[in-house]
Design a binder for this molecule. Structure first.
Ligand code: PMP
Ligand code: GLU
Length: 398
């Protein structure tokens, strides 16, 4: 057989999705797995959203739609961006796609030429580097540190810029660290982006999951000059517990939105019609379910963050958004546990899954294998059980 394209040979499967698949498979086999790997809310999609999809089906809304999404949905997205983010867009600057992941993919495809550099702060969401490479770009990793709450500083950004730099990827609230950028910090980064003439891809998918009174600020809202160079990405997956519906969107200057639409017209055509009807109901309907989920997440975060910090060898900065904790586990590495060499967080993650049936994602997926990511998108009882198992294992091993 002829070999696959170089692009395919270099591609590895998404590690976050792989862990989740493996954990779900073990659960199906009857194992009592505690799945901290899942990057999706455990709540069901709110009832009124499901009802809207059922109505759409009954009304025969099952055909192709406009490529960039139905107009009422793009209008609702404009209203949302204005209401929540003080951003003024017109519907022809909105492109609805099959999840925020797809929106990011489309944006990178239309913005990057071969060899263009993209600055990605580390730790990063696992799909950014792969998507940059698929678009022919070169990821440039800029480390951040827990001392700075894992935030990229303007001086770090400036130092990483070269004549080939085209784009900066920002993710606030962030996966996997839960860090949330403040307005002043975004102003500093925007200044460098303006100086260096960079595009900014602002992934705001966790906007609604934010704690301790933090405010979500979209970098595009700082100034019209910044807005002109920013692609805002958001969606309904996380806020409305709609990961399986696959609806995300991008808001961008008209030429970019048009190019993304053209690209999409030759790949997926439109996002699924009934899922668009559901997303419309999510954006236009009651927002209480979002707040209820947010409160539940905050309670779980408080518990898991405190618990992890009470364990020897584990250090866990306090996340202010999203639904992940990202403890450093260096104190547990470089030793033998139950006769097995545990050198990296990847070794530890595998060990936890096999020994105590606790699924986590090793930091390697996010660019730093001294950390483990625990999603707290699971019931508090399950979080307690998983933490108990982790604690007993550590105590027995150290
Ligand atoms: N960005 C980040 C940071 C994420 O964690 C996710 C979760 N998968 C996405 C984008 C993609 O979300 P969606 O399910 O809408 O594709
Ligand atoms: N974003 C989630 C995660 O990081 C879902 C999985 C994925 O899309 O990668 O786990």
């Amino acid at each position: 057989m002829r070999k696959l394209a170089e692009r395919a040979q270099k591609l590895s499967p998404s590690p976050t999705l792989s862990v989740d698949t493996k954990a779900k498979e073990l659960l199906r086999q009857g194992e009592r797995v505690i799945n901290f790997g899942a990057g999706e809310p455990d709540f069901d999609t709110p009832e009124h959203i499901k009802e809207a999809a059922k109505r759409a089906l009954d009304q025969g809304f099952t055909k192709y739609t406009p490529v960039a999404g139905i107009l009422p949905l793009r209008e609702a997205i404009c209203e949302k961006l204005y209401r929540d983010n003080q951003l003024e867009y017109s519907p022809n600057e909105i492109v609805v796609s099959c999840g925020a992941k797809h929106s990011i993919f489309n944006a990178l495809q239309v913005l990057l030429d071969p060899g263009d550099e993209v600055i990605i702060p580390v730790p990063y969401w696992t799909s950014y580097p792969e998507q940059v490479k698929l678009a022919g770009g070169v990821p440039v990793f800029v480390p951040t540190s827990p001392e700075n709450d894992f935030k990229l500083r303007p001086e770090d950004l400036r130092a990483a810029v070269t004549p080939r730099t085209r784009l900066l990827i920002l993710n606030s609230p962030a996966n996997p660290t839960g860090t949330v950028y403040r307005r002043e910090e975004l102003i500093g980064l925007a200044e460098v982006a303006l100086e260096a003439d960079l595009w900014i891809l602002s992934d705001e998918i966790y906007e609604k999951l934010i704690y301790d009174g933090m405010e979500h600020v979209s970098i595009a809202a700082l100034d019209p000059e910044v807005k002109k160079r920013t692609i805002v990405v958001n969606g309904v997956s996380k806020a409305y517990a709609m990961t399986g519906w696959r609806i995300g969107y991008a808001a961008a200057p008209r030429p970019i939105a048009q190019a993304m639409t053209n690209l999409q017209s030759h790949s997926t055509s439109n996002p699924t019609s009934v899922a668009q009807a559901a997303a419309l109901a999510a954006l236009k309907g009651p927002q209480e379910p979002v707040e209820n989920m947010r409160r539940a997440f905050q309670k779980r975060r408080d518990f898991i963050w405190q618990y992890l910090n009470s364990l020897p060898g584990v250090r866990c900065p306090k996340p202010l958004g999203a639904f992940y904790v990202f403890p450093e586990v260096s104190g547990l590495l470089g030793r033998r546990l139950k006769g097995r060499e545990i050198a990296t967080a990847s070794d530890l993650a595998l060990f936890l899954l096999e020994e105590i049936k606790v699924a986590t994602v090793a930091g390697a997926a996010f660019g730093d294998d001294r950390y483990l990511r625990f999603s707290y998108a699971l019931r508090l009882e399950d979080i307690e059980e998983g933490m108990q198992r982790f604690k007993e294992l550590i105590e027995a091993a150290l």
